[in-house]
Design a binder for this molecule. Structure first.
Ligand code: CA
Length: 311
């Protein structure tokens, strides 16, 4: 069994029957895997290539340049994260990756928000091009959240209303090529096994591969890059929100023998409901005569608790 590929073109059309069919496919995939490929997402390949081009340019900067805009706190969660700074699986070695986080919320929307983006001063096209790409990601994420809302029998705006402040995180990732003689230590991975914290994640990956997803039998299954498709997965908060109907499945990035001496790049867009939003179980996900498995929790409390375990 491999991850399902869902064609999103029908959801982006106006035909409500076709939309519902796509929503049902997404529900099935989210229940079975917590992961799926999505094709025909409405973002041009040219724009995706441009975003990867900028990621390349950023990570190619000298370490001293990148360190001028460092990641500083879980509260802001933006800036540059150096190689081995992060340990997604706390029982294992630090991750062989570096990352650059940007907050997607317009800063003028909430002056008290600690998240302030810092941009690489020596790459003049980086900010306008990446901001344009982020806007398209936000748009796409909202369409996917609409499909998920319909799939659990709610109004289309059920999940997007909770994301109205766009407090999402856009993340560029670089897994450096390992030197020819590099001996990977036991338990060392490009990204350790983890689940995502928020509602949903969109992942754009290059053709290097290495992403693996756990199936229900506990086996690691390769999520091989599919040209023209992104990977979408549901996170911990979505699992809690849906009373465990949608899965937040462990995944990791390994370094396959064939490609470990190649650089790998990916771009992730992590959706998170508004910090002060109180996540209450979706009513349609509670079986008749039963109670929700979860107490209500604010997004902020959920996220701080999860982020604190990674750094
Ligand atoms: Ca992840």
């Amino acid at each position: 069994m491999s991850l399902p590929i869902i064609n999103f073109a029908d959801f982006l059309s106006a035909d409500s029957e076709k939309k519902l069919a796509v929503a049902n496919n997404i529900r099935q995939a989210s229940e079975t895997w917590g992961f799926f490929y999505l094709s025909n997402i409405g973002i041009s390949q040219q724009d995706i290539n441009m975003a990867f081009h900028q990621a390349n340019a950023f990570f190619a900067l000298p370490e001293s340049e990148k360190q001028k805009i460092p990641w500083q706190s879980a509260e802001s969660n933006c800036g540059y994260v150096a190689v081995k700074r992060e340990t997604l699986d706390p029982t294992q070695k630090a991750d062989l990756k570096e990352a650059f986080n940007l907050c997607t919320q317009k800063t003028d929307a909430d002056p008290t928000n600690p998240a302030k983006n810092k941009w690489p001063a020596t790459l003049p096209k980086f900010q306008p091009q990446v901001e344009n790409f982020i806007e398209q990601c936000t748009e796409l994420a909202n369409r996917i959240l609409e499909a998920m809302a319909l799939s659990v029998g709610e109004d289309a705006n059920f999940f997007t209303e909770a994301h109205s402040k766009e407090q999402n995180t856009f993340r560029m990732l670089h897994y450096p090529a390992l030197p020819e003689n590099y001996q990977t230590e036991d338990g060392e991975n490009r990204a350790g096994a983890h689940t995502d914290y928020g509602s949903i994640t969109l992942l754009f990956q290059d053709d290097v591969g290495g992403l693996e997803v756990k199936n229900k039998l506990g086996e690691w299954v390769q999520a091989t890059p599919v040209p023209g498709a992104i990977v979408v997965n549901t996170g911990d908060l979505m699992q809690r929100w849906t009373n465990d109907v949608f899965m937040s499945n462990p995944h990791r990035v390994v370094q396959p023998e064939l490609s470990k001496h190649k650089d790998r790049y990916s771009i992730a867009y992590f959706c998170t409901p508004d910090a002060d939003y109180v996540v209450n179980t979706v009513a349609t996900c509670i079986p008749e005569g039963e109670q929700s498995k979860y107490e209500p929790i604010t997004t902020l409390n959920h996220m701080l608790e999860r982020l604190g375990r990674t750094y």
